[in-house]
Design a protein around this ligand. Sequence first.
Ligand SMILES: [Cu+2]
Length: 381
Amino acid sequence: MASQETKRGADRPGETTAAHVIDRRQFLQYTGTVLGGVTLASAAQAARAASHDLASTSGRGGNGSVATARPLVRVAADPSRIPPPITRRRPAVVPVTLEAREVMAEIEPGVRFRFMTYNGQIPGPFIRVREGDTIDLTFRNPRTNTEAHNVDFHAAMGPGGGALATWTEPGEEAHLRFRASYPGAFIYHCAVSNMDMHISSGMFGLILVEPKKGLPRVDREFYLGQHEIYTNKPAGLPGEHDFDVGAMVREEPSYVVINGAARGLTPKRYGAMHVRTGSTARVYFVVGGPNLSSSFHPIGNVWHELWPEGSVINAPLRFIQTYAVPPGSTTVATLRFPVAGDVKLVDHALTRVVHQGCLAVIHAEGAHDPTLFQAGGRRQL
Ligand SMILES: [Cu+2]
């Protein structure tokens, strides 16, 4: 198998051609939540309207940080960018290259943040191997970085999951070989001394170790990762946000995001995921944290099968509405789409959806049986 080094999704234009653009009101209707009183987000919106500190005028970052005159990269991983299911029946040595990249990008339009990533994307590249394979990892920390980085694989049996073996300063490269001796979907993450900050800045991803007999066939697969970002300004306030260690210690994030971007995988930003009615999809979901669990829920649907902890070797749970996924873990779950329309993937701690950006959309297109679901219209009383 060829190297699984994933090309940077960061500087691709993204899927911005979605047909359905929602405004904030629709967004709130979608999530079934109504704002009352003055909120953090609405205050931030007012501040945004009043502010002249727009990203487009930049060149002067806050607190002496980098200028942003050049276009900002996209860190949100393409949820469809997953290596195909493995068909071979013998173990292989799988070369994998991960590179730590510290990049300035937007959490939401106008809000800049210095992310730390694997290969420029959040979550990091989806690594797919088969039980019994050997991962031959090259880990690079380019000279242009400012921090030490490494990788702790929960799929690796050995000290630190490889954290010490891969610990590199800027300008260094390290190598690690390990055998994927047990199946499942596992997180990998940075594990240097201030690992909580590095994970909160984006350094986590998922490695799938397929069981020897493979996984059930599905029509589509999607790759999503949730984590929280602790910044020194309220969510939505334009300009550059710096990392706020105090907020992290208090566990009070500004943002809780899916794939590194506030409402990133929605029609209004990089685009929704798309499926056909009658199809099936498998979702690989990793929670980086570093501190918050996700109450993972598909609005207007149900997890038809769900493998807790990504333990795909076990029998799945059936028809699960909301499932808790702790930091440092994963879940694998399937959806079916008998009805056309949007399925919104959220953390059902809904403040994180309304005020902190935790939303991704799967849009199902096609015909469906109206006896299963049909809106009856509305009228004035
Ligand atoms: Cu790191």
